[in-house]
Write a protein that binds this ligand. Structure first.
Ligand code: FES
Length: 153
């Protein structure tokens, strides 16, 4: 894996490459760390606040280190009608985190996404891209438990 400085040195020191730099670093590290913000600011000779502004503006960039597993709650129309807000609440309660956060063990992250393309199974979540549908609270907690026990990878 390339370090932030290696990623940066592969790009010309032109401000038009700032977003490209953020994309490459996120690909490498999974998120944009405080350290990366500082290094990018130095490299492009802009203030860290300016870099932070770009990161905040584009929703594709993550500022929180992702957990080992990412749970995506679908909040598309079909899932919403079938109770995705409840599904999200159950996960938040169980993990002690909110949308966009990672739990204290760095094991799970929680995201809310648009339609995952399997509406007939609503409500749906995906974990690391694997889809789980027709969820109720009991089924959801069982799946989370399986991951915690290492049996659902
Ligand atoms: S709305 Fe959730 S899978 Fe389509």
């Amino acid at each position: 894996m390339l370090a932030v400085k290696d990623v940066l040195s592969s790009l010309e020191q032109d401000n038009s490459n700032l977003i490209k730099a953020l994309q490459l670093i996120q690909e490498q590290e999974g998120y944009i760390s405080n350290e990366a913000i500082k290094e990018i600011a130095n490299y492009f000779n802009v203030s860290p606040v300016d870099v932070e502004g770009v990161v905040t503006f584009y929703t594709q960039f993550k500022r929180i280190k992702p957990g080992e597993h990412t749970i995506c709650v679908c909040d598309g129309t079909a899932c919403h009608i079938k109770g995705s807000p409840l599904v999200k609440n159950w996960i938040e309660e169980e993990l002690g985190i909110k949308e966009g956060e990672t739990d204290k063990d760095g094991f799970f992250s929680l995201e809310v996404v648009a339609c995952l393309g399997c509406c007939s199974l609503a409500p749906v979540v995906s974990i690391d891209g694997k889809v789980y549908g027709n969820l109720d609270r009991k089924k959801l907690l069982k799946i989370i438990k399986q991951y915690r026990n290492g049996g659902a990878k």
